[in-house]
Structure formats: C-alpha cells, structure tokens
Ligand binder design. Structure first.
Ligand code: NAD
Ligand code: UPG
Length: 409
C-alpha cells in the first residue's frame, strides 16, 4: 500500500491513494497502535462479518480497542465507522476504560464501486455521541463537504445505518415480487417501476429487479437487524419477509434458467453447458462476497450444469482458477459462450451491452440468453436471432423481420 498499490477494484481509489502518498497526507504503518499514536481522531473501519451461525462477528472491533487502548492520546476521539449493533459505542466506552477518550459513531453509507464519489458527495453525514463536544469535533472534519450534517445520540446513529440498509433490502425484495407478478399477469416491470419512481414519495432508485440482492452489507445487516429486533422482543416480520423473498428470488432465477436453457428431462440441467456473464454481486466491483451470481451458479453446478464464466473484474491470472467452486473462469465472453446451451447474465457490467451479438450467436450452441438484470437490449439480440428472457417482462423470442425463428426451448 505504501507503494500505492490498490488491490481491490474501486473507481478513483488508486488516484486518491497516490495523491495522498505524494502529498505526504497519507502514510501506512504496521500495527494499529502505531497508527493512532499521535491522532486527534481515530477511525475504526474494521470488518464486522457474519459468523457461521448468523451472528455478527465483532472480534475485529474489540481487538482494535484492546490493541490501541494504551496508545491513544489523551483527549482524542475514537470513531466507529464500521456497521455495528446499537449499544456498541456504550460498550466500547466501557471496554476502552479511558475516561479521557470520547467514543463516537459515524456510520458510512458509501456503496462499493462508487465509494470515493459517495464518500465525497454523501446524502447526509451522521455523527452520534453522548458528548456533544466529541460529535462536533468529528462533524468538523466533514465541514468541506456539501452535505446535511446530523448530530445524534450514539444509539440513534448506530440504528440509522441498519435502518437504511434494511429499508433498501425491503424495497428491492418488493420490486422483485412485483417483477414476479408482472411475469404472471403479462405486465412489464420496466414500465411499472418507471411510473413508480416518478412518485417522489417512492423515488426512482433501487427499483431494478435482479437475481436478488447481495454483497458484503445488505445480507449481513438485514440478519443482524433481525437478531437485534428479536433481542428487543420485536418480531420484524416485514424484514424477515424481505430476506425470505430474496432466497425465493435466487430459486426462481435458478428455475427460470433450468426452464429456458435445460432439457426436457427430469434432470434438466444435467450435463448442460452454460455460459455466464458476470459473477460479482454488482458491476463496478471485484467483490464476490454474498454474490447472488455465485450462489445461483453453485446451485446450477449442483444440478449438473457445467458453467464457464466471464467477468471483467476476474481474470484467470489474478485469481485461483476456480474462485467459485464448479465454475471455470475464462478471459473472454465469447469463450464463455462457446458451445453453451444458453447464456446467463448475472452482473450488469456496462460493456456487456456492447458485445458482438452476431458473433455470440455463432458460438452458442443454442441462441438463448437469460438476462437476470434486464440489462441488454432485446432488440439487438432479436436482430442477432438470440432469444431473450428477462425478469418481470415478456421474453423476446420472435424473429426479426425476414429472419428465421430462433426456436428457443
Ligand atoms: N464495504 C462497504 O461498501 C461498506 C460500506 C459501509 C459500511 N461498511 C462497513 O464497514 C466495515 C468494514 O467493511 P469492509 O467491507 O471494508 O470490510 P473488509 O473485511 O473488506 O475490510 C476490513 C479491513 O479491516 C482490517 N482489519 C481487521 N482487523 C484489524 C485490526 N485489528 N487492525 C487493523 N485492521 C484490521 C482487515 O485487514 C481489512 O482490511 C463493516 O462494518 C461494514 O459493514 C462497509
Ligand atoms: O436497483 C437495484 C439496486 C441494487 N440492487 C442489488 O442490491 C445489492 C446491493 O447493492 P448496493 O447497495 O449498490 O451495494 P453495496 O455496495 O453493498 O451498498 C450497500 O451497502 C453499503 C454497506 O453497508 C451501504 O453503505 C450502501 O449505502 C448500500 O447501498 C446488489 O446485489 C445490487 O445488485 C438491485 O438488485 N437493484
């Protein structure tokens, strides 16, 4: 990192790190104790993953406290940026045992892939602390950003973060069920969500149907919120339903792929070769954590399908040959499609729109695509005589004028 080598795919981050190193404003050291020694403000941004049993794993958060306890400068403010359960600021204050150090909560709302932009242009900044002075100290660091500042108590700041992510998850599950309904009744999810989004009380963002929501945050944060509600004796039925719908969405997409690309036998995917476009949990990132694509791909593989995948963020050189068990990674989208009984698009990488569909049709064994994001232009595929099956919308399988039928199964 001191050489400016950024190992994750994140837009603008290499440039930002480079600029920080060149200006001397950013340095890297070994050991948390060394990093905090002279700091007025210390941000703890360590991971809070989900453990095997579905509980939140707070090991790293606690380990940092123990590591820096005796190294913090008197009067400094310790800020938790990680997503942590309500009550953590109070608990960390006790664990730290340093009355001369204030603890604050400053949840982060950036998205992967656009993190630098999101951090610099937030919808709001939230700082929570029991000490007003500590909260204002942290808030002052954001003075140059043009964003509403909210100073709250620590528990509210911690809850705001979960409430936001859970709301987003509920919104997405809602739209995925509306998409399912569209398929049953012959409506078009694109038209429905466009009209929904025009209502400013609903808003147009987070209305794209897909293979289900994933990533390193929404799945773990929804489960953590459910546990927190249970502990407070609240049955958060709506959130549980959103999580259940998300499981159902993955199963529904798996079934669709089997129906569209599989054989008529009792084991439709057994021995069927499928090409895959995209494995990351969304475009713009190389993050595979809790990706709906990898979960569905593994299920397809368990059902006997042979999968060959192309993802712009994964290359055969930089990853183990099989980052997703049972899925072969290749460096070329046409190679992924070669000889396949169908193509499945999981991730909405912009470059997939510009693929040469005529060439794709020529290498596919069967010219059919399941587009789990409604990302491609069905007309371009129709011209190339590739049948298109989206989500929440009628398939486009008719031949373009003057062309023979693509004969999808
Ligand atoms: N990823 C996101 O988009 C995002 C956005 C908002 C909030 N968050 C929250 O931020 C936190 C971090 O998420 P992430 O995705 O960056 O996790 P991550 O696992 O990718 O990164 C965590 C980092 O913490 C480091 N770490 C662990 N223990 C440490 C220690 N004792 N001292 C110093 N460093 C240590 C790890 O080496 C790792 O680099 C989580 O609580 C997450 O919920 C993440
Ligand atoms: O219209 C949409 C929008 C998103 N998604 C999916 O939802 C998931 C989450 O997407 P996104 O929210 O963009 O990803 P993250 O980078 O995980 O960001 C979320 O999680 C972060 C960590 O807590 C928060 O900081 C962000 O505010 C919150 O958006 C992904 O699987 C997306 O493909 C859809 O299916 N349809």
């Amino acid at each position: 990192m001191s050489r400016g080598e950024v190992t994750i795919r994140e837009e603008s981050l290499p440039e930002l790190v480079r600029a920080g190193l060149d200006s001397g404003l950013l340095t890297f050291v070994l050991g948390a104790g060394e990093a905090v020694r002279e700091a007025d403000t210390v941000f703890s941004c360590v991971g809070t993953p989900m453990s095997q049993d579905g509980d939140l794993d707070m090991t790293a958060v606690d380990a940092v406290i123990d590591e820096i306890r005796d190294r913090l400068r008197p009067g400094c403010v310790l800020v938790t940026k990680s997503t942590v359960p309500v009550g953590t600021a109070a608990r960390l204050t006790r664990r730290l045992g340093r009355p001369d150090v204030q603890v604050a909560s400053n949840p982060e709302f950036l998205r992967e892939g656009t993190s630098v932009h999101d951090f610099l242009h937030p919808d709001r900044v939230v700082v929570g602390a029991e000490s007003r002075e500590a909260a204002e100290h942290v808030a002052a660091l954001y003075a140059k950003l043009d964003a509403p500042m909210m100073i709250t108590d620590a528990a509210s700041a911690e809850l705001i973060k979960y409430a936001a992510n859970c709301f987003l998850a509920v919104k997405l599950s809602y739209v995925n069920v509306i998409a399912e309904l569209c398929e049953r009744v012959g409506a078009d999810i694109g038209q429905v969500t466009t009209a929904l989004g025009k209502d400013h009380r609903i808003g147009g963002a987070f209305l794209r149907p897909g293979p289900g929501w994933g990533g390193s945050c929404l799945p773990k944060d929804t489960r953590a919120m459910l546990r927190a509600a249970e502990s407070a004796d609240i049955d958060f039925r709506m959130l549980r339903a959103a999580i259940d719908v998300n499981v159902h969405q993955r199963e529904r997409i798996t079934d669709k792929i089997a129906r569209v690309c599989g054989t008529d036998s009792a084991a439709p995917l057994d021995g069927v070769r499928l090409g895959v476009l995209g494995l990351t949990f969304k475009a713009g990132t190389d993050d595979l954590r809790d990706s709906p694509a990898t979960a569905i791909a593994q299920e397809l593989s368990r059902l006997g399908a042979e999968l060959v995948a192309y993802d712009p963020a994964l290359s055969t050189g930089s990853h183990p040959p099989e980052p997703v068990p049972g899925v072969t990674i290749v460096d070329d989208p046409y190679q992924a499609a070669k000889g396949a009984a169908g193509l499945v698009l999981f991730t909405e990488w912009p470059e997939f729109r510009d693929l040469d569909w005529g060439r794709m049709a020529a290498v596919l064994d069967r010219a059919v695509i399941v587009d789990t994001r409604n990302h491609l232009d069905p007309e371009a595929l129709r011209t190339a005589r590739i049948a298109w099956h989206g989500v929440g919308v009628r398939p486009v399988v008719h031949p373009a004028p003057g062309l023979p039928s693509p004969e999808p199964r």
